[in-house]
Design a protein around this ligand. Structure first.
Ligand code: ZN
Length: 117
């Protein structure tokens, strides 16, 4: 993959990352307006502390997505973006267009979906 192509996917990934983080920021802002800081009960305070963890605001699926997006950006930096992390073959461009954070080529993805990877 040349740097122009990589730049295109980097933009897509960064946009997705910003979208996910914007959702975290919105959740944090609404929490700060709430009364949770004044909760006298210890268990409530513990919950409130956990809520300050950035990724805690995301659903499991969104957290997983953020991890994949970050990993894909790392691969762009490392120059290995667009290669399947399992077999090192090129991931199909159409697949990257649809799923820029894809780690596997279509063959390995099928294996993973079957639980064989
Ligand atoms: Zn593969």
């Amino acid at each position: 993959m040349n740097s122009k192509q990589a730049g295109k996917y980097r933009k897509l990934l960064e946009a997705k990352r910003a979208e996910l983080l914007t959702r975290v920021q919105a959740a944090r802002t609404s929490e700060q307006e709430g009364p949770s800081e004044l909760a006298p009960d210890l268990s409530d305070r513990a919950t409130s502390t956990m809520n300050r963890d950035l990724s805690y605001q995301l659903t499991t699926g969104e957290r997983e997505m953020l991890k994949r997006v970050d990993a894909a950006l790392d691969r762009i930096e490392a120059g290995t973006y667009g290669e399947c992390v399992n077999c090192s073959k090129k991931v199909q461009v159409g697949r990257l267009d649809a799923v820029p954070w894809a780690r596997h080529c279509i063959d390995c993805q099928e294996l993973q979906d079957l639980g064989q990877l």
